[in-house]
Design a protein around this ligand. Sequence first.
Ligand SMILES: C[S@@+](CC[C@H](N)C(=O)[O-])C[C@H]1O[C@@H](n2cnc3c(N)ncnc32)[C@H](O)[C@@H]1O
Length: 177
Amino acid sequence: MLSRDGAPMTYLPADDSALLIDVLRDYKGEACLEIGFGSGAVISSLTERFSVAVATDLAAPQGETDAKGLFLADRASCFRDRVFDLVAFNPPYLPSEGIDDRAVDGGAGGVEVPMRFLDDALRVLRSDGKILVLLSDSGDVQRFLAHATRLGLSAKERRRKRLFYETLLVFELSRRD
Ligand SMILES: C[S@@+](CC[C@H](N)C(=O)[O-])C[C@H]1O[C@@H](n2cnc3c(N)ncnc32)[C@H](O)[C@@H]1O
């Protein structure tokens, strides 16, 4: 969806944002990154438990936000390799023919955009870091997990929430040793 000036509309926090925020309560450390900050709700929830908490999105949030450390950048492109203990994302995950709405369109299987987020998340992750990703069973979750395995990651399901139209899943991914 586009606003009148052609910028992507800010994704307002929904069940998926709340579920990811809830799982992230168990994580603390030095430096974390959220890819795709939307309204800033997820990254704001992390600032107390990380000394450095930063986030990227393609456009600034519309309306007011208290969130700090927001960068307008594609995925993690503006960051050095291997600097974050935690990289979290609630990516656009709806199966879509093209990418018209960057807030929600995930590609044909709903996982093409999430897989690109994962590639960049892994690049900026410290060797013992964790990636937290929210996905929906409306997309091809098995394909996403197979991609993670090919990248040398192991996945643990941390939470699932059934809604009437989809089931939301949160996975923790870390490098296999
Ligand atoms: C489903 S929304 C989640 C927003 C917020 N994290 C939340 O949970 O409420 C996905 C977000 O990813 C952003 N996004 C899409 N492609 C991106 C990219 N290449 N780099 C950074 N952010 C991107 C969208 O603009 C959108 O804000």
